[in-house]
Design a protein around this ligand. Structure first.
Ligand SMILES: NC(=O)C1=CN([C@@H]2O[C@H](COP(=O)(O)OP(=O)(O)OC[C@H]3O[C@@H](n4cnc5c(N)ncnc54)[C@H](O)[C@@H]3O)[C@@H](O)[C@H]2O)C=CC1
Ligand SMILES: CC(C)CC(=O)C(=O)O
Ligand SMILES: [Mg+2]
Length: 359
């Protein structure tokens, strides 16, 4: 197959992990006889530096005509000035919105061969296999916001959580369909005891499940309690659907179940057009340019791209199997190593996955 893949390396460790994922995609292309054409474009802080815009028009139009989009990460202290006209993160929010990518799939699975990399005790972590479905183009990251300056020099700022019936319906359907294909359990997470937007979320989610997916085992959990249950009984969850900010926070927390943010990929999907695939982590400025970032989340995001956007299931499985086998062999980047275990660099880890694929 011929496919155009747009790479958006971004900032910090973004270019380092994207380089490894590209290498793995090239290895898969050679193994399965595909022609992947790669085009790199600007997003985030580097795009602000070069064009003044965190999502320049050429980037957006290249993405619109792509078969799949793979993103590293955006942001960093260089662009953190609260008085700046724009921020790197605005580019990421805008591309998600412009491409209509309302459903963000974030799988969290633990494996026997990685259990010792988790900071949590084995008995809590074992058997975890959760698919988070995070709403991605609504909620508090997209509602009206403002900053008011007062005469006495103080300020008032606001960010508003807004959800409409349609936004909840469509993401709950995606989650419910995924649950039907898995263990048939769906949990919706909200803060309906306090937030009006969550009360609408809960009402709509319950109706969609009752009317369209009556066979699912369905429950609702408040987000604060979910933060606890995610650690104390993660293996009891199957598919979890939640709003934009709650999903963002809970999945970073959930990354400690397998042991590192550097392991978790994500797929952002809309009703049509290309999907966008990225690790769940950010630009990790504290480890950028040191050659120690874990590239596996981005490599696994590339596998999700092959599966969901290019319909290449066998190729996606091959990447996932190669990653499993490399980890099973004991290979660890610094984030996963315990004690004085020896560690691989970002590039060495990418190389190990490639050679596993080609043997
Ligand atoms: N999707 C994106 O582009 C995202 C961007 N950000 C941005 O990233 C910047 C840094 O944010 P942080 O809060 O520090 O979150 P972060 O996710 O970049 O890093 C959190 C911690 O995890 C570690 N980490 C992250 N990815 C890793 C990897 N692949 N291998 C090994 N260790 C890894 C980092 O070293 C750090 O200690 C900010 O500007 C933030 O806005 C944050 C989250 C998502
Ligand atoms: C806009 C992003 C920085 C939000 C985020 O942290 C994420 O999508 O994981
Ligand atoms: Mg996040």
């Amino acid at each position: 197959m011929n496919a155009k893949i747009v790479l958006l390396p971004g900032d910090g460790i973004g270019p380092e992990v994207i380089a490894e994922a590209k290498k793995v995609l090239e290895a898969v292309g050679t193994k399965f006889d595909h022609e992947f054409q790669f085009e790199s474009h600007l997003i985030g802080g580097i795009a602000i530096d070069e064009t003044g815009n965190p999502l320049p028009e050429p980037t957006l139009s290249a993405c619109r005509s792509a078969d799949g989009i793979l993103l590293g990460a955006v942001g960093g202290p260089k662009w953190d000035d609260p008085n700046a006209k724009t921020r790197p993160e605005a580019g990421l929010l805008k591309i998600r919105k412009e491409l209509g990518l309302f459903a963000n799939l974030r799988p969290i699975t633990t494996h026997e061969f990685l259990i010792d990399s988790s900071p949590l005790r084995r008995e809590f972590v074992e058997g975890t296999d959760i698919l988070f479905v995070r709403e991605l183009t609504g909620g508090i990251y997209f509602g009206p916001s403002g900053l008011e300056k007062h005469d006495d020099g103080t300020e008032t700022a606001s960010s508003t959580m807004v959800y409409s019936t349609h936004e909840v319906e469509r993401v709950v359907r995606i989650a419910a369909e995924a649950a039907q294909k898995r263990s048939g359990r769906l949990t919706s997470v909200d803060k309906a005891n306090v937030l009006e937007a969550s009360r609408l979320w809960r009402k709509v989610a319950e109706r969609v499940v009752r009317e369209e997916f009556p066979d699912l085992e369905y429950d609702v959990v408040l987000v604060d309690a979910m933060a606890m249950h995610l650690i104390s009984r993660p293996s009891t969850f199957d598919v979890v659907v939640t709003g934009n900010m709650f999903g963002d926070i809970l999945t970073d927390e959930g990354s400690m179940l397998p042991g590192s943010m550097g392991l978790l990929p994500s797929a952002s999907l809309g009703s049509d057009g290309p999907g966008l695939y990225e690790p769940i982590h950010g630009s990790a400025p504290n480890i950028a340019n040191k050659g120690i970032a874990n590239p596996l989340a981005t490599i696994l995001a590339a596998a999700m791209m092959l599966r969901h956007s290019l319909n290449l299931e066998e190729e996606a499985n091959a990447i996932e199997a190669a990653v499993d086998s490399v980890l099973r062999s004991g290979a660890r980047t610094k984030d996963l190593a315990r004690g004085d275990e020896s560690t691989l660099s970002t590039i060495e880890m990418g190389d190990r996955v490639c050679s596993e694929l080609t043997t």
